[in-house]
Design a protein around this ligand. Structure first.
Ligand SMILES: CC(=O)SCCNC(=O)CCNC(=O)[C@H](O)C(C)(C)COP(=O)(O)OP(=O)(O)OC[C@H]1O[C@@H](n2cnc3c(N)ncnc32)[C@H](O)[C@@H]1OP(=O)(O)O
Ligand SMILES: CC(=O)C(=O)O
Length: 528
């Protein structure tokens, strides 16, 4: 039978201790609903005694209804020698009126002495009294044994005494914390096996990622008897972050035969991860295991050739299980298999000739050697493919272009582009201004084309990136420009390379608009 593990999410508490992470009360409430829907058992919403925002969150969340998840308020043991029942932090925890309360207490002698100035007995008493008081008020108490693994290494007897104080006070779960995040899996196994011999209270694990081992340490703790796991979505958190639940959960369910209290719909994992990144104003990490854009992206020709035969050859799980997608990239590491895969993805049949795919592979390798990069600019690759198949040729021809830039020392910067292009045999001569030369060219090209293709009205440049390719050449260096365009519904990326940044930008701009026109013509939506 599958063993059960309790999922405890601290994105809203320890997650917000991560640099650059800040959530409004509204964000926190929205995240609670996402986590509830996903199947998280307990959500640690913040520290109500810490700041007005967290206090307000616990007031606001009282009006929310959750199907499964239970809320938890976090704080520390009381301040010594405060009268326990008057301790403001414990009072704030009770005022939060959450079914669960988690409090952290010192289990490393060094911290107890140096940070709190308490003897072994005083610290054990503080832990016992703080938990007992909260329990007497009817809340379920989770005890976070702060610095447990470092404390256990330093003085086993001291650390065990603190756990026993928590057990005696009837903590519901005792969570062993790798607070400094430096423990190794072997440290976790050693400590937890010894703890299990003396402590009967259910154990949990709270790991930090300072040694890049938080997920491994959490899983090994569970394998060795922990039944409750704490972590954050996407691993955000203090310093290098907390254990990443987005990796822990699929490992538990898909590989370790564990089950969760509520059945988890794992194919919503990628969406959960990305939507919470967006709410935190972070770009989703493309290399994130399971949910990253690159997690199932194949670049090497050998890999793609095998994946086409059976994906299992280079994928540890089926990406669909976690709501992700298989992708194939085109680059100078491609073989014919990459080209064939992409062609199929674009709905283009190139099966009939190996010669064709060989020629295309060779062209892509040459262009990448010159500095182009197609794994981030698939729209440019598609245009090359279709051009080779004689199914695309540019919708306009550049006859002449000039760009003027003006700047003085009073913040007045401007540029102007003058452009002559040919469309369907007609010459169009335009000029436009812009904030800078690329913007001026973009405006002029759009202006020139709109007369012929009003459908381009919605198409906009949404991102522009420049990369210097051979830094030694200093200002004469070759640059690669990547332009992301959007029509409000779809986005696509194109590339240009030149020693002249304006020329590289122009190539990427032209590809961007040509791509949109090509797509419209394929859909028979082009009027001209
Ligand atoms: C491992 C963890 O992640 S623990 C959680 C850490 N999170 C945070 O610190 C975020 C929220 N914190 C805060 O808002 C503030 O630090 C507060 C409101 C809690 C306290 O603020 P202040 O009263 O100004 O104290 P300050 O932050 O400077 O120092 C923390 C105090 O808590 C004490 N303390 C630390 N751990 C504990 C504990 N387990 N039990 C009781 N007291 C503790 C420290 O000894 C220190 O006391 P001191 O000022 O007498 O030396
Ligand atoms: C409690 C906690 O956040 C820690 O020990 O890391």
């Amino acid at each position: 039978m599958n063993k059960l593990v309790e999922l405890f999410d601290t994105t809203l508490r320890d997650g917000t201790q991560g640099e650059g992470i800040s959530l409004t009360v509204r964000d926190k409430i929205q995240i609670c609903h996402k986590l509830d829907e996903f199947g998280i058992d307990i959500i640690e919403g913040g520290w109500p005694g810490s700041n007005p925002r967290d206090a307000e969150f616990f007031e606001a969340v009282k009006n929310e209804k959750f199907n499964h998840t239970k809320l938890c308020a976090f704080g520390s043991t009381a301040r010594y020698p405060n009268k326990i029942e008057e301790d403001p932090n414990l009072q704030a925890l009770l005022k939060a009126e959450t079914p669960y309360v988690s409090i952290f207490g010192k289990t490393w002698k060094f911290h107890s002495e140096k940070s709190l100035g308490l003897t072994e007995d005083e610290n054990a008493e503080l832990i016992y009294n703080s938990i007992s008081f909260l329990k007497s008020k009817g809340v379920i108490v989770i005890f976070d044994a702060e610095h447990f693994f470092d404390g256990f290494k330093d003085d086993e007897k001291f650390a065990m005494k603190m756990l026993k104080a928590a057990e005696k006070a009837c903590a519901e779960t005792i969570v062993l914390c790798d607070t400094n995040g430096g423990s190794l899996p072997s440290d976790i196994i050693y400590a937890i096996q010894k703890v299990k011999k003396e402590i009967k209270t259910p154990l949990g694990i709270h790991a930090h990622n300072d040694g890049d081992l938080a997920v491994a340490n959490s899983l090994i703790a569970i394998e060795n008897g922990a039944v409750h796991v704490q972590g954050t979505i996407n691993g955000v958190g203090e310093r290098c972050g907390n254990a990443n639940l987005v990796s822990i959960i699929p490992n538990l369910l898909l590989k370790m035969n564990y089950k969760t209290k509520k059945e988890i719909n794992l194919n919503t994992l990628t969406l959960l991860s990305h939507s919470i990144s967006e709410m935190m104003n972070l770009n989703p990490n493309s290399r994130a295991p399971f949910v990253g854009k690159s997690a199932f992206a194949h670049k090497g020709g050998i890999h793609v050739s095998a994946v086409l035969k059976d994906s299992k050859m280079y994928e540890h799980i089926n990406p669909k299980l976690v709501g992700n997608l298989q992708r194939v990239l085109v680059s100078d590491l491609s073989g014919q298999s990459n080209i064939k895969y992409k062609a199929k993805e674009f709905g283009v049949d190139i099966d009939e000739t190996t010669e064709f795919s060989k020629k295309l592979v060779s062209k892509i390798k040459q262009l990448e050697f010159q500095g182009y990069q197609f794994d981030g600019a698939e729209a440019s690759f598609e245009l090359i493919l279709m051009n080779e198949k004689n199914e695309f040729s540019p919708y306009f021809k550049t006859i002449d272009s000039k760009v003027y830039t003006f700047f003085d020392y009073e913040e007045h910067k401007q540029a102007e582009a003058v452009l002559k292009i040919e469309v369907n045999g007609e010459i169009e001569h335009t000029a436009a201004e812009g904030d800078g030369p690329v913007n001026a060219l973009d405006n002029a090209l759009r202006k020139a084309l709109l007369r012929f293709y009003p459908e381009l009205n919605e198409t906009k440049l949404v991102d522009y990136k420049v990369r210097v390719l051979d830094e030694k050449e200093a200002t004469a260096a070759k640059v690669r420009v990547l332009i992301e365009s959007s029509d409000g519904k779809e986005t696509w990326t194109t590339v240009g390379v030149s020693t002249n940044i304006i020329e590289a930008s122009w190539q990427a701009l032209c590809d961007g608009l040509n791509y949109k026109l090509y797509k419209l013509s394929k859909e028979k939506k082009l009027t001209a």
